[in-house]
Design a protein around this ligand. Structure first.
Ligand SMILES: Nc1ncnc2c1ncn2[C@@H]1O[C@H](COP(=O)(O)OP(=O)(O)OP(=O)(O)O)[C@@H](O)[C@H]1O
Ligand SMILES: [Mg+2]
Length: 239
C-alpha cells in the first residue's frame, strides 16, 4: 500500500486556544480509518486542519498528502489535489444555489440527475444549507462530495442526527464513494477515508481497517474499529 496521508506532530489553535497537541497519523491508499473520541477532544478540528479551513491555525508539525507538503496550502488547492470533506456543521451559504455548486464541483455533466438519488432533487434551486434540516444537510453534503469524487474523504459524523430510513441512504452513498459496485461483487476503490463517528452506525455499511481514539487533542489509542467501539460502549472514554 502507498502512503496517502501522513500527519506528523500536528499542533493547531482554534479560537486562540491550542486544540491539537501533537497528532501523528498515517493513512494508506485505499484505507478506511475511523476516529472516535469524547465531545470536544479535537476530532473536527483535526479534519478542519487537514482540509485547510481557516478556523484552525496550524502552529507546528506537518501534513503530507501524496508526497506533497500541504501544511500551509489553501483549502481550494487541497480540494484540487483530491481531498474532500463532509462537515459536521457546514455554514449557510447565502446566494449560492446547491445545484450550481454541485455542477461546479463535478466533471460529470449529468451530475444533477444524481440529486434525486439523494432525495435532493427539490433542493437544487435553494441556497446551500439555508433552512435545511439536520438530515437534509447530511444528504446535501454527501451529494456535494459525490460530485467532487475525492481520493481522500473526510467524513465528520455522517450519520449523526439522521433518521433510520435516511441512515440507510447515507450508508449506501458513503459505501458507493468507497467501493466500485458496478460488478457482481463490490471492490474497494483506491479511495482513503477518515471518518468520525460516535455511534459506529456507518460501520454497518462499510468495513474499516483501523480505529483511533482522540483525547485532549492527541490520538491516544489505535485498534480494530469494532473492538474499540465495543470497549467505548462498555467502559466509556475513561474520563
Ligand atoms: N473557533 C473556535 N473558537 C473557540 N473554541 C473552538 C473553536 N473551534 C474549536 N474550539 C474548541 O475546540 C475543542 C475541540 O472542538 P472540536 O469541534 O474539534 O471537538 P470534537 O472532538 O469534534 O467534538 P464533538 O464530538 O462534540 O463534535 C472544543 O472545546 C471547542 O469548543
Ligand atoms: Mg466534532
Amino acid at each position: 500500500m502507498a502512503e496517502m496521508l501522513k500527519i506528523d506532530n500536528l499542533h493547531a489553535d482554534a479560537g486562540g486556544r491550542e486544540i491539537l497537541r501533537g497528532v501523528d497519523l498515517t493513512v494508506e491508499k485505499g484505507e478506511t480509518c475511523v476516529l472516535f473520541g469524547p465531545n470536544g477532544s479535537g476530532k473536527s478540528t483535526l479534519l478542519s486542519a487537514i482540509m485547510g479551513y481557516s478556523t484552525c491555525r496550524i502552529t507546528e508539525g506537518s501534513i503530507i498528502f501524496k508526497g506533497q507538503d500541504i501544511t500551509h496550502l489553501g483549502v481550494d488547492e487541497r480540494a484540487r489535489l483530491g481531498i474532500g470533506m463532509m462537515m459536521q456543521r457546514p455554514p449557510n451559504i447565502f446566494g449560492v444555489k446547491l445545484g450550481d455548486l454541485v455542477k461546479a464541483a463535478s466533471r460529470n455533466p449529468g451530475i444533477l440527475d444524481e440529486a434525486d438519488n439523494f432525495k435532493m432533487g427539490n433542493f437544487l434551486e435553494r441556497d446551500i444549507n439555508v433552512g435545511f434540516s439536520g438530515g437534509e444537510i447530511k444528504r446535501s453534503e454527501l451529494l456535494q462530495l459525490t460530485a467532487q469524487s475525492p481520493e481522500f474523504l473526510l467524513l465528520d459524523e455522517p450519520e449523526s442526527g439522521v433518521d433510520l430510513e435516511n441512515i440507510d441512504l447515507i450508508g449506501e452513498k458513503v459505501k458507493s464513494l468507497l467501493y466500485d459496485e458496478s460488478g457482481p461483487v463490490s471492490v474497494q476503490k483506491d479511495v482513503s477515508s477518515l471518518i468520525i463517528t460516535h455511534t459506529g452506525q456507518i460501520l454497518d455499511y462499510i468495513g474499516a481497517d483501523h480505529g483511533y481514539i482522540m483525547k485532549n487533542g492527541k490520538i491516544q489509542f489505535c485498534g480494530k474499529p469494532l473492538d474499540l467501539l465495543r470497549d467505548i460502549r462498555q467502559n466509556g472514554y475513561g474520563e
